[in-house]
Design a protein around this ligand. Structure first.
Ligand SMILES: [Ca+2]
Ligand SMILES: [Ca+2]
Length: 188
């Protein structure tokens, strides 16, 4: 009962902090695109503001430590990552719905730094970095573009983006969730 409750909160916090982070970066890098990219939380910016990721998690982790033993926490941490991955999977699976399409549109606009309607390899790399996908280096972003660039004009238009992004997002958001869990010493 308690385990379920705590893990639900943690899962929600993870997904909200991910979207808050994206929103924050979007505002920082592109004043024209001030809307929340992934409108999963009504007030993602408020949650993010002035807190940093540690601030978001630490009260929850402390509370969980008091409520559960260390061993249970370790098990819970594993469970949460699995559950979080499923939440991300479901979100990405909505990409052919109006909501998913809107989320992808916002993501595309935020990535398109010069607003010319297509994404270059550099814009994609910058966007990946803004999303926290720090493992996407020049080589990896180049191969992302090569795979997505169906008409082979060396840039990614919105249709190419829609067709390739859900899979890339799924893989990398899950990796980010795991990484954030580790960075935070999350439920260690
Ligand atoms: Ca562009
Ligand atoms: Ca293209």
């Amino acid at each position: 009962m308690t385990n379920l409750y705590v893990s639900m909160i943690i899962t929600l916090t993870l997904i909200i902090s991910t979207s808050a982070y994206i929103t924050h970066i979007s505002k920082a890098t592109s004043p024209l695109h001030t809307l929340s990219i992934l409108p999963l939380s009504p007030t993602p910016t408020a949650l993010f503001a002035g807190s940093g990721k540690q601030g978001i998690f630490s009260p929850l982790v402390e509370a969980a430590k008091l409520t559960l033993g260390e061993d249970e926490l370790k098990q819970l941490r594993a469970d949460v990552i699995v559950k979080h991955s499923k939440v991300i999977g479901r979100f990405v699976d909505t990409s052919d719905t109006p909501f998913g399409r809107l989320a992808l549109k916002k993501l595309f606009e935020a990535a398109d730094a010069n607003g010319d309607g297509v994404l270059t390899q550099q814009e994609i790399r910058d966007a990946c970095e803004a999303l926290g996908f720090t493992w996407i280096d020049d080589d990896k972003s180049k191969s992302l573009v090569e795979r997505a660039d169906v008409d082979e004009n060396d840039v990614i238009d919105f249709e190419e983006f829609v067709n390739s992004t859900p899979k890339v997002l799924r893989t990398n958001l899950i990796r980010l969730a795991k990484k954030n869990g580790n960075d935070l010493g999350f439920l260690v």
